[in-house]
Design a protein around this ligand. Structure first.
Ligand SMILES: *Cc1c(COP(=O)(O)O)cnc(C)c1O
Length: 441
Protein backbone atom coordinates (compact mmCIF):
# COMPACT_ATOMS: atom_id res chain seq x y z
CA UNK A 1 0.00 0.00 0.00
CA UNK A 2 2.67 2.52 1.04
CA UNK A 3 4.47 1.38 -2.09
CA UNK A 4 1.59 2.44 -4.30
CA UNK A 5 1.43 5.70 -2.45
CA UNK A 6 5.11 6.40 -3.14
CA UNK A 7 4.68 5.61 -6.83
CA UNK A 8 1.72 7.94 -7.12
CA UNK A 9 3.62 10.74 -5.39
CA UNK A 10 6.61 10.16 -7.65
CA UNK A 11 4.44 10.32 -10.77
CA UNK A 12 2.95 13.59 -9.52
CA UNK A 13 6.13 15.32 -8.48
CA UNK A 14 9.26 13.83 -10.06
CA UNK A 15 10.07 14.19 -13.73
CA UNK A 16 12.29 11.16 -14.38
CA UNK A 17 15.30 11.31 -16.74
CA UNK A 18 15.41 9.70 -20.16
CA UNK A 19 11.78 8.65 -19.66
CA UNK A 20 8.45 9.07 -21.42
CA UNK A 21 6.48 9.50 -18.21
CA UNK A 22 3.27 8.24 -19.78
CA UNK A 23 4.79 4.78 -20.23
CA UNK A 24 4.80 4.44 -16.46
CA UNK A 25 1.01 4.22 -16.57
CA UNK A 26 1.41 0.65 -17.81
CA UNK A 27 4.81 -0.26 -16.33
CA UNK A 28 5.23 1.33 -12.91
CA UNK A 29 8.44 2.82 -11.52
CA UNK A 30 10.39 0.58 -9.14
CA UNK A 31 10.72 2.06 -5.66
CA UNK A 32 14.14 1.16 -4.26
CA UNK A 33 14.58 1.18 -0.51
CA UNK A 34 18.17 0.14 -0.05
CA UNK A 35 21.21 -1.28 -1.77
CA UNK A 36 23.87 -3.74 -0.70
CA UNK A 37 26.75 -5.01 -2.81
CA UNK A 38 25.53 -5.68 -6.35
CA UNK A 39 21.91 -5.81 -5.18
CA UNK A 40 19.11 -3.25 -5.02
CA UNK A 41 16.10 -4.01 -2.78
CA UNK A 42 12.62 -2.69 -3.44
CA UNK A 43 10.03 -1.79 -0.83
CA UNK A 44 8.67 -5.36 -0.81
CA UNK A 45 12.14 -6.81 -0.22
CA UNK A 46 12.45 -8.12 -3.80
CA UNK A 47 16.01 -7.77 -5.00
CA UNK A 48 17.51 -6.81 -8.35
CA UNK A 49 21.04 -7.42 -9.52
CA UNK A 50 22.54 -4.11 -10.67
CA UNK A 51 24.21 -5.30 -13.91
CA UNK A 52 24.69 -1.71 -15.15
CA UNK A 53 26.26 -0.27 -11.99
CA UNK A 54 23.34 2.20 -11.76
CA UNK A 55 24.14 3.97 -15.06
CA UNK A 56 27.82 3.00 -14.96
CA UNK A 57 28.76 4.88 -11.78
CA UNK A 58 28.89 2.24 -9.07
CA UNK A 59 32.26 0.47 -9.08
CA UNK A 60 32.44 -1.25 -5.71
CA UNK A 61 28.84 -2.03 -4.86
CA UNK A 62 26.14 -0.32 -2.89
CA UNK A 63 26.56 0.29 0.82
CA UNK A 64 30.33 0.10 0.51
CA UNK A 65 31.80 0.45 4.02
CA UNK A 66 35.07 2.11 2.96
CA UNK A 67 33.52 4.83 0.82
CA UNK A 68 30.74 5.38 3.34
CA UNK A 69 33.20 5.82 6.21
CA UNK A 70 35.29 8.31 4.25
CA UNK A 71 32.24 10.47 3.57
CA UNK A 72 31.14 10.25 7.21
CA UNK A 73 34.55 11.38 8.42
CA UNK A 74 34.62 14.28 6.00
CA UNK A 75 31.11 15.21 7.11
CA UNK A 76 32.41 15.84 10.62
CA UNK A 77 35.09 18.29 9.47
CA UNK A 78 33.99 20.24 6.39
CA UNK A 79 30.95 19.58 4.21
CA UNK A 80 31.59 22.34 1.70
CA UNK A 81 33.38 25.57 1.02
CA UNK A 82 33.43 27.53 -2.22
CA UNK A 83 36.55 26.78 -4.25
CA UNK A 84 37.08 30.34 -5.49
CA UNK A 85 39.59 31.87 -3.09
CA UNK A 86 39.64 28.77 -0.85
CA UNK A 87 41.16 25.33 -0.90
CA UNK A 88 41.06 22.21 1.25
CA UNK A 89 42.89 18.93 1.75
CA UNK A 90 40.51 16.57 -0.11
CA UNK A 91 40.54 18.59 -3.36
CA UNK A 92 44.34 18.98 -3.27
CA UNK A 93 44.96 15.31 -2.48
CA UNK A 94 42.56 14.22 -5.23
CA UNK A 95 44.16 16.55 -7.79
CA UNK A 96 47.62 15.23 -6.91
CA UNK A 97 46.52 11.62 -7.25
CA UNK A 98 44.71 12.20 -10.54
CA UNK A 99 47.79 14.01 -11.86
CA UNK A 100 49.93 11.05 -10.86
CA UNK A 101 47.58 8.61 -12.57
CA UNK A 102 47.05 10.54 -15.82
CA UNK A 103 50.19 12.64 -16.21
CA UNK A 104 47.95 15.71 -16.58
CA UNK A 105 48.79 18.08 -13.78
CA UNK A 106 45.98 20.63 -13.56
CA UNK A 107 42.49 19.63 -12.42
CA UNK A 108 39.33 21.69 -12.88
CA UNK A 109 36.17 20.39 -11.17
CA UNK A 110 32.43 20.27 -11.82
CA UNK A 111 29.58 18.05 -10.71
CA UNK A 112 28.59 15.95 -13.72
CA UNK A 113 29.89 14.57 -16.97
CA UNK A 114 28.19 16.99 -19.34
CA UNK A 115 29.73 19.92 -17.46
CA UNK A 116 33.16 18.31 -17.83
CA UNK A 117 32.62 18.20 -21.59
CA UNK A 118 31.58 21.87 -21.57
CA UNK A 119 34.70 22.79 -19.61
CA UNK A 120 37.05 20.91 -21.94
CA UNK A 121 35.47 22.53 -25.02
CA UNK A 122 35.59 26.03 -23.53
CA UNK A 123 39.14 25.59 -22.27
CA UNK A 124 40.37 24.39 -25.66
CA UNK A 125 38.74 27.28 -27.51
CA UNK A 126 40.01 29.80 -24.96
CA UNK A 127 43.55 28.37 -25.15
CA UNK A 128 43.74 29.02 -28.89
CA UNK A 129 42.33 32.51 -28.39
CA UNK A 130 44.87 33.25 -25.67
CA UNK A 131 47.79 32.18 -27.83
CA UNK A 132 46.61 34.30 -30.78
CA UNK A 133 44.72 31.77 -32.89
CA UNK A 134 41.12 33.01 -32.51
CA UNK A 135 39.92 31.29 -35.70
CA UNK A 136 40.13 27.89 -34.02
CA UNK A 137 36.54 27.75 -32.79
CA UNK A 138 35.17 24.46 -34.08
CA UNK A 139 35.00 20.91 -32.72
CA UNK A 140 34.84 17.47 -34.22
CA UNK A 141 33.69 14.18 -32.71
CA UNK A 142 32.91 10.64 -33.89
CA UNK A 143 29.73 9.40 -35.47
CA UNK A 144 27.47 7.97 -32.73
CA UNK A 145 29.45 9.80 -30.07
CA UNK A 146 27.98 10.67 -26.69
CA UNK A 147 29.42 13.48 -24.58
CA UNK A 148 26.42 14.56 -22.51
CA UNK A 149 23.18 16.44 -23.06
CA UNK A 150 23.62 20.06 -22.06
CA UNK A 151 23.57 22.32 -25.12
CA UNK A 152 27.33 22.51 -25.63
CA UNK A 153 27.90 18.81 -24.97
CA UNK A 154 24.92 17.88 -27.14
CA UNK A 155 26.56 19.88 -29.94
CA UNK A 156 29.34 17.26 -30.12
CA UNK A 157 27.04 14.31 -29.32
CA UNK A 158 25.77 12.29 -32.26
CA UNK A 159 22.93 10.13 -30.95
CA UNK A 160 19.80 11.02 -32.94
CA UNK A 161 17.26 10.31 -30.20
CA UNK A 162 18.93 12.82 -27.87
CA UNK A 163 19.98 15.36 -30.49
CA UNK A 164 17.45 15.70 -33.29
CA UNK A 165 14.71 17.48 -31.35
CA UNK A 166 17.11 20.12 -30.02
CA UNK A 167 19.13 20.54 -33.23
CA UNK A 168 18.04 24.17 -33.82
CA UNK A 169 19.65 25.15 -30.50
CA UNK A 170 23.02 23.52 -31.03
CA UNK A 171 26.43 24.65 -32.25
CA UNK A 172 27.53 22.92 -35.43
CA UNK A 173 30.21 20.26 -35.27
CA UNK A 174 31.43 17.65 -37.76
CA UNK A 175 31.39 13.91 -37.14
CA UNK A 176 34.19 11.64 -38.28
CA UNK A 177 33.62 7.98 -39.29
CA UNK A 178 33.39 5.77 -36.21
CA UNK A 179 36.08 3.08 -35.96
CA UNK A 180 33.41 0.74 -34.40
CA UNK A 181 34.73 -2.65 -35.59
CA UNK A 182 31.24 -3.86 -36.47
CA UNK A 183 31.33 -1.43 -39.39
CA UNK A 184 34.42 -3.05 -40.97
CA UNK A 185 34.10 -4.62 -44.41
CA UNK A 186 33.95 -8.41 -44.60
CA UNK A 187 37.53 -9.65 -44.30
CA UNK A 188 38.83 -6.33 -42.97
CA UNK A 189 40.42 -6.52 -39.51
CA UNK A 190 39.42 -4.16 -36.70
CA UNK A 191 42.89 -2.59 -36.90
CA UNK A 192 42.72 -2.08 -40.67
CA UNK A 193 39.29 -0.56 -40.37
CA UNK A 194 40.51 1.75 -37.58
CA UNK A 195 43.39 2.86 -39.80
CA UNK A 196 41.00 3.51 -42.67
CA UNK A 197 38.86 5.69 -40.37
CA UNK A 198 41.99 7.48 -39.15
CA UNK A 199 42.93 8.26 -42.76
CA UNK A 200 39.49 9.86 -43.24
CA UNK A 201 40.00 11.81 -40.03
CA UNK A 202 43.31 13.09 -41.34
CA UNK A 203 41.77 14.15 -44.61
CA UNK A 204 39.19 16.26 -42.77
CA UNK A 205 41.64 17.72 -40.28
CA UNK A 206 44.16 18.60 -43.02
CA UNK A 207 41.47 20.63 -44.75
CA UNK A 208 39.94 22.34 -41.71
CA UNK A 209 42.65 22.59 -39.04
CA UNK A 210 42.86 26.39 -39.13
CA UNK A 211 39.35 26.53 -37.72
CA UNK A 212 39.50 23.42 -35.49
CA UNK A 213 40.03 23.73 -31.74
CA UNK A 214 39.65 20.09 -30.69
CA UNK A 215 38.67 16.54 -31.49
CA UNK A 216 36.69 14.96 -28.64
CA UNK A 217 36.58 11.19 -28.43
CA UNK A 218 35.46 8.34 -26.17
CA UNK A 219 38.56 6.11 -25.92
CA UNK A 220 38.11 2.41 -26.92
CA UNK A 221 34.36 2.11 -26.30
CA UNK A 222 31.53 4.38 -27.43
CA UNK A 223 29.28 3.26 -24.61
CA UNK A 224 26.02 5.12 -25.24
CA UNK A 225 26.21 4.18 -28.93
CA UNK A 226 25.61 0.60 -27.79
CA UNK A 227 29.03 -0.45 -26.48
CA UNK A 228 30.70 0.16 -29.85
CA UNK A 229 34.29 -1.05 -29.45
CA UNK A 230 37.24 -0.21 -31.64
CA UNK A 231 40.92 -0.94 -32.13
CA UNK A 232 43.27 1.19 -29.97
CA UNK A 233 45.49 2.06 -32.95
CA UNK A 234 42.85 4.67 -33.78
CA UNK A 235 43.78 6.60 -30.62
CA UNK A 236 47.49 6.59 -31.44
CA UNK A 237 46.74 7.78 -34.97
CA UNK A 238 44.36 10.45 -33.74
CA UNK A 239 47.16 11.78 -31.51
CA UNK A 240 49.58 11.89 -34.45
CA UNK A 241 47.07 13.73 -36.61
CA UNK A 242 46.14 16.20 -33.86
CA UNK A 243 49.81 16.96 -33.18
CA UNK A 244 50.60 17.37 -36.86
CA UNK A 245 47.79 19.87 -37.40
CA UNK A 246 47.73 21.55 -33.97
CA UNK A 247 44.32 20.41 -32.83
CA UNK A 248 43.60 19.42 -29.21
CA UNK A 249 42.62 15.86 -28.41
CA UNK A 250 40.02 15.58 -25.64
CA UNK A 251 39.66 12.09 -24.14
CA UNK A 252 36.15 11.71 -22.73
CA UNK A 253 36.81 8.96 -20.16
CA UNK A 254 33.59 9.69 -18.27
CA UNK A 255 32.26 6.18 -18.92
CA UNK A 256 35.47 4.22 -19.62
CA UNK A 257 37.72 5.68 -16.91
CA UNK A 258 38.53 4.03 -13.58
CA UNK A 259 39.29 0.50 -14.64
CA UNK A 260 36.30 -0.10 -16.88
CA UNK A 261 38.21 -1.19 -19.98
CA UNK A 262 40.96 -3.18 -18.25
CA UNK A 263 43.40 -0.35 -17.52
CA UNK A 264 42.88 2.52 -15.09
CA UNK A 265 42.12 4.73 -18.11
CA UNK A 266 41.22 3.43 -21.57
CA UNK A 267 43.61 5.88 -23.24
CA UNK A 268 46.55 3.98 -21.68
CA UNK A 269 45.92 1.23 -24.24
CA UNK A 270 46.54 3.51 -27.24
CA UNK A 271 50.04 2.07 -27.69
CA UNK A 272 51.08 -1.58 -27.32
CA UNK A 273 53.40 -0.57 -24.48
CA UNK A 274 51.05 0.97 -21.92
CA UNK A 275 51.25 4.76 -22.11
CA UNK A 276 49.99 7.58 -19.92
CA UNK A 277 46.83 9.51 -20.74
CA UNK A 278 49.07 12.57 -21.15
CA UNK A 279 50.96 10.85 -24.01
CA UNK A 280 47.75 10.91 -26.05
CA UNK A 281 45.32 13.51 -24.72
CA UNK A 282 45.54 17.26 -24.06
CA UNK A 283 42.45 17.03 -21.86
CA UNK A 284 40.76 14.16 -20.07
CA UNK A 285 37.17 14.31 -18.77
CA UNK A 286 36.36 12.15 -15.76
CA UNK A 287 33.13 11.52 -13.85
CA UNK A 288 30.73 8.56 -13.33
CA UNK A 289 32.95 6.03 -11.48
CA UNK A 290 35.12 8.72 -9.90
CA UNK A 291 33.26 8.60 -6.55
CA UNK A 292 32.34 4.92 -6.78
CA UNK A 293 28.78 6.01 -7.46
CA UNK A 294 28.37 7.91 -4.20
CA UNK A 295 28.29 11.61 -5.00
CA UNK A 296 28.20 13.74 -8.16
CA UNK A 297 31.66 14.89 -9.22
CA UNK A 298 33.56 15.46 -12.44
CA UNK A 299 37.00 16.72 -13.36
CA UNK A 300 38.84 17.94 -16.42
CA UNK A 301 42.59 17.48 -16.31
CA UNK A 302 44.98 19.20 -18.67
CA UNK A 303 48.63 19.92 -19.46
CA UNK A 304 51.07 22.53 -18.15
CA UNK A 305 51.08 24.02 -21.63
CA UNK A 306 47.33 24.68 -21.61
CA UNK A 307 47.45 25.91 -18.01
CA UNK A 308 50.29 28.35 -18.75
CA UNK A 309 48.34 29.96 -21.62
CA UNK A 310 45.81 31.19 -19.04
CA UNK A 311 48.34 32.22 -16.34
CA UNK A 312 48.44 35.98 -16.68
CA UNK A 313 47.66 39.26 -14.84
CA UNK A 314 44.53 39.72 -16.99
CA UNK A 315 41.26 38.32 -15.62
CA UNK A 316 39.75 37.71 -19.04
CA UNK A 317 42.72 35.59 -20.07
CA UNK A 318 41.89 33.37 -17.10
CA UNK A 319 39.45 30.49 -17.47
CA UNK A 320 35.97 31.89 -16.97
CA UNK A 321 33.83 29.10 -15.64
CA UNK A 322 32.33 28.17 -12.28
CA UNK A 323 29.88 25.82 -10.60
CA UNK A 324 28.62 26.36 -7.05
CA UNK A 325 29.71 22.93 -5.85
CA UNK A 326 33.12 22.91 -7.58
CA UNK A 327 35.49 20.60 -5.69
CA UNK A 328 32.96 19.65 -3.02
CA UNK A 329 34.90 18.10 -0.11
CA UNK A 330 32.42 15.26 0.48
CA UNK A 331 32.56 14.23 -3.18
CA UNK A 332 36.37 14.53 -3.19
CA UNK A 333 36.60 12.34 -0.09
CA UNK A 334 34.41 9.71 -1.80
CA UNK A 335 36.75 9.87 -4.81
CA UNK A 336 39.81 9.50 -2.59
CA UNK A 337 38.24 6.46 -0.90
CA UNK A 338 37.50 5.00 -4.35
CA UNK A 339 41.12 5.48 -5.45
CA UNK A 340 42.28 3.93 -2.16
CA UNK A 341 40.25 0.80 -2.93
CA UNK A 342 41.87 0.57 -6.37
CA UNK A 343 45.26 0.61 -4.67
CA UNK A 344 44.59 -1.59 -1.66
CA UNK A 345 42.72 -4.29 -3.60
CA UNK A 346 44.89 -4.18 -6.75
CA UNK A 347 41.67 -3.81 -8.68
CA UNK A 348 43.12 -3.28 -12.16
CA UNK A 349 45.41 -6.30 -11.73
CA UNK A 350 42.61 -8.52 -10.37
CA UNK A 351 39.70 -7.56 -12.61
CA UNK A 352 40.83 -9.76 -15.55
CA UNK A 353 39.97 -12.87 -13.49
CA UNK A 354 36.43 -11.59 -13.02
CA UNK A 355 36.22 -10.46 -16.63
CA UNK A 356 37.33 -13.91 -17.87
CA UNK A 357 34.75 -15.60 -15.67
CA UNK A 358 31.98 -13.44 -17.16
CA UNK A 359 33.18 -14.08 -20.71
CA UNK A 360 33.20 -17.83 -20.07
CA UNK A 361 29.74 -17.77 -18.54
CA UNK A 362 28.44 -15.77 -21.51
CA UNK A 363 29.15 -18.69 -23.83
CA UNK A 364 25.71 -20.04 -22.80
CA UNK A 365 24.20 -17.15 -24.76
CA UNK A 366 25.54 -18.39 -28.08
CA UNK A 367 22.53 -20.61 -28.76
CA UNK A 368 20.45 -17.43 -29.11
CA UNK A 369 20.23 -15.40 -32.35
CA UNK A 370 22.94 -12.93 -31.34
CA UNK A 371 26.01 -11.42 -32.97
CA UNK A 372 29.15 -9.51 -32.06
CA UNK A 373 29.53 -11.05 -28.61
CA UNK A 374 32.26 -8.74 -27.34
CA UNK A 375 33.98 -7.43 -24.28
CA UNK A 376 36.59 -4.89 -23.27
CA UNK A 377 37.74 -5.23 -19.67
CA UNK A 378 34.60 -4.99 -17.56
CA UNK A 379 32.24 -4.08 -20.40
CA UNK A 380 30.36 -6.98 -22.01
CA UNK A 381 27.88 -6.76 -24.89
CA UNK A 382 26.14 -8.54 -27.74
CA UNK A 383 23.56 -7.62 -30.34
CA UNK A 384 20.27 -9.51 -30.52
CA UNK A 385 19.05 -10.21 -34.05
CA UNK A 386 15.36 -9.35 -34.06
CA UNK A 387 12.92 -7.04 -35.82
CA UNK A 388 11.03 -6.47 -32.59
CA UNK A 389 10.96 -2.68 -32.23
CA UNK A 390 10.01 -3.05 -28.56
CA UNK A 391 12.91 -5.36 -27.75
CA UNK A 392 14.83 -3.11 -25.36
CA UNK A 393 11.77 -2.12 -23.34
CA UNK A 394 10.42 -5.67 -23.16
CA UNK A 395 13.83 -6.93 -22.15
CA UNK A 396 14.12 -4.33 -19.39
CA UNK A 397 10.66 -5.13 -18.05
CA UNK A 398 10.99 -8.90 -18.17
CA UNK A 399 14.47 -8.73 -16.64
CA UNK A 400 13.02 -6.86 -13.65
CA UNK A 401 10.66 -9.81 -13.10
CA UNK A 402 13.73 -12.07 -13.16
CA UNK A 403 15.55 -9.96 -10.56
CA UNK A 404 17.86 -8.16 -12.97
CA UNK A 405 18.43 -4.48 -13.64
CA UNK A 406 19.28 -4.72 -17.33
CA UNK A 407 18.89 -1.79 -19.73
CA UNK A 408 19.59 -2.71 -23.35
CA UNK A 409 20.47 0.07 -25.80
CA UNK A 410 18.35 -0.75 -28.84
CA UNK A 411 19.12 -4.39 -29.64
CA UNK A 412 22.43 -4.30 -27.77
CA UNK A 413 22.33 -6.09 -24.43
CA UNK A 414 25.22 -5.20 -22.17
CA UNK A 415 26.62 -5.75 -18.70
CA UNK A 416 28.69 -3.07 -16.94
CA UNK A 417 28.80 -4.69 -13.52
CA UNK A 418 30.40 -3.44 -10.32
CA UNK A 419 33.90 -4.86 -9.80
CA UNK A 420 32.81 -7.03 -6.87
CA UNK A 421 30.54 -9.58 -8.51
CA UNK A 422 30.89 -13.14 -7.18
CA UNK A 423 30.81 -16.35 -9.25
CA UNK A 424 27.24 -17.03 -8.16
CA UNK A 425 26.13 -13.54 -9.03
CA UNK A 426 27.80 -13.80 -12.44
CA UNK A 427 25.94 -17.06 -13.11
CA UNK A 428 22.67 -15.49 -11.93
CA UNK A 429 23.19 -12.47 -14.21
CA UNK A 430 24.03 -14.41 -17.35
CA UNK A 431 21.55 -17.26 -16.96
CA UNK A 432 18.64 -14.99 -16.20
CA UNK A 433 19.57 -12.79 -19.14
CA UNK A 434 19.52 -15.91 -21.32
CA UNK A 435 16.04 -16.79 -20.01
CA UNK A 436 14.72 -13.28 -20.55
CA UNK A 437 15.91 -13.02 -24.15
CA UNK A 438 14.73 -16.53 -25.00
CA UNK A 439 11.30 -15.70 -23.65
CA UNK A 440 11.02 -12.48 -25.68
CA UNK A 441 12.12 -14.12 -28.91
C1 LIG B 1 27.50 9.70 -19.17
C2 LIG B 1 28.45 10.33 -20.11
C3 LIG B 1 28.58 11.73 -20.21
C4 LIG B 1 27.68 12.67 -19.46
O1 LIG B 1 27.77 12.53 -18.07
P1 LIG B 1 26.56 13.07 -17.17
O2 LIG B 1 27.06 12.98 -15.79
O3 LIG B 1 25.42 12.11 -17.42
O4 LIG B 1 26.23 14.43 -17.62
C5 LIG B 1 29.52 12.23 -21.08
N1 LIG B 1 30.32 11.43 -21.79
C6 LIG B 1 30.24 10.09 -21.71
C7 LIG B 1 31.17 9.25 -22.52
C8 LIG B 1 29.29 9.49 -20.90
O5 LIG B 1 29.16 8.16 -20.85
Amino acid sequence: MSNQNLLNRSMQSVWHPCTQMQQHESFPLTPIQRGDGVWLYDADGKKYLDTVSSWWVNLFGHNNPRIKDAIKQQLDTLEHVMLAGFTHEPVVALSEQLAELTGLGHAFYASDGASATEIALKMSFHYWRNIGQPTKTKFISLQNSYHGETLGALGVTDVAIFKDTYAPLLMQSAQMPSPDFRLAEVGESAADYALRCAAQLEQYVAQHHTELAAFIIEPLVQCAAGMAMYHPVYLAKAREICSKYQVHLIADEIAVGFGRTGTMFATEQATSERCKVSDIADFVCLSKGITGGYLPLSAVLTTDNVYQAFYDPSTVRGFLHSHSYTGNPLACSAALATLAIFKADHVVQNNPVRSDAIVREMQVLTDLPIQHLRHQGMIFAFDVVTNNQQFSRQCYQLAMQHGLLLRPIGNTVYFMPPYIMSRDEIAFMVRNTHQVIKQIL
